[in-house]
Design a protein around this ligand. Structure first.
Ligand code: KG4
Ligand code: ZN
Length: 347
């Protein structure tokens, strides 16, 4: 395969962002993401509306990616598409489109696991906010994957071999952010809003109890319940309490989530002796998680890899990158590929 130019188009439609990206070997030429405002009024993603919006967006998004990359579709070497996990109806839009394009252009189709793609985004050229001398992690490394549906500590042995060391036993970290945000009157998705609001709040305003969970697993449902009871008790005394203290509550709640994540990650580094640590998934955009983790990594001499913001939340560049890694090994998929709502990362 040598040094020939390899153009991969990535397609991502697992949740509420329709995205297409083109990469040339490891370099991103275009990464177009169309979000879906329609869900905001419902306080969460409505699957049927998401599928319809993906259908409306997919062709314009792909055209724009090709135009921005300044290539014609017949220059593409392969198509990488998110197979799952995610919303089945949404995934089907991307998978059907990719199958059709692969067949029309007679080029390989490459199925990608969404969470593996989040992790492999670290191998995109210039993807990381680098700490220290390494530009990209070396195998094996640990990755804390934190998104709307997942919270896991993964040991990444190769680009194709992932081993879960610990994961949430109830809500995901992103879900905890979104549900907490809703309780204090913020709209969906709540994570970025809590992040923004917290900048003017006191993170020590409420001290939430740290959950007791075995091994390297996480739990966030107790924290959510603590917040619910706290608000209920305060509102009995003052019905405007949440409005008055919204930023302080947000900052304290965010502090608790970040503390749970870093404590377990620290334990994973101690247990494995692996001190190359990466962060991936939508919640890795959180400014306090990024800053706190950076300070923690400095103190404990970890090599830390945090993706730039555009590669934290859902995007097709990470799918294209994961596809490129598979392309180099000839790991192609059949045109019988079907979207799957659930796929273990270590399958
Ligand atoms: O990876 P992602 O874009 O989609 C999934 O695969 O789930 O993650 C979305 C999650 C949402 O729960 C959202 O609230 C959260 O990432 N998120 C954040 C921030 N930006 C996105 N959470 C906290 N702080 C942020 N800045
Ligand atoms: Zn994601």
């Amino acid at each position: 395969m040598g040094n020939e130019p390899v153009y991969i188009i990535g397609i991502e439609s697992s949740c509420d962002d329709t995205s297409a990206a083109v990469i040339l070997n490891g370099k991103v030429l275009a990464n177009i993401v169309a979000g879906q405002e329609v869900h905001r009024q419902y306080g969460g993603v409505v699957p049927e509306l998401a599928s319809r919006a993906h259908q409306a967006n997919i062709i314009p998004v792909v055209h724009e990616a090709l135009a921005q990359a300044k290539i014609k579709k017949n220059q593409l070497s392969a198509i990488a598409v998110t197979e799952g996990p995610g919303l089945l109806g949404s995934l089907l839009v991307g998978v059907s489109f990719a199958k059709g394009l692969a067949q029309a252009l007679q080029i390989p189709l490459i199925a990608i696991h969404h969470m593996q793609a989040h992790i492999l985004s670290h191998f995109i050229d210039d993807a990381n906010i680098v700490q220290g001398d390494k530009a990209k992690p070396e195998f094996p490394f640990l990755c804390l994957t934190v998104s709307g549906g997942h919270t896991q500590i993964v040991r990444v042995d190769t680009p194709f071999k992932f081993y879960i060391l610990g994961q949430t036993i109830d809500d995901a970290a992103g879900e905890a952010f979104d549900k907490g945000a809703k309780m204090i009157g913020l709209s969906y998705p709540g994570g970025p809003l809590i992040d923004k609001l917290s900048k003017s709040g006191n993170p020590k305003f409420i001290s939430f109890p740290e959950p007791v969970v075995q091994d390297l697993n996480f739990s966030f449902s107790g924290l959510k319940t603590s917040l619910l009871y706290f608000i209920r008790d305060q509102e009995i005394k003052d019905k405007d309490y949440v409005v008055k203290h919204q930023a302080d509550i947000a900052a304290s709640y965010q502090e608790a989530i970040v503390s749970i994540l870093i404590r377990k990650l620290h334990k994973a580094v101690m247990q494995t002796g692996i001190n190359q640590v990466a962060l991936a998934g939508g919640v890795s955009a959180n400014s306090v998680l990024r800053e706190t983790l950076k300070a923690h990594a400095d103190k404990h001499h970890w090599h830390l890899f945090i993706p730039k913001l555009e590669y934290c939340t859902d995007n097709a560049a990470m799918v294209a990158m994961a596809g490129y890694m598979r392309y180099k090994e000839g790991l192609f998929s059949s045109l019988n590929l079907f979207a799957r709502a659930r796929i273990p990362i270590d399958e």
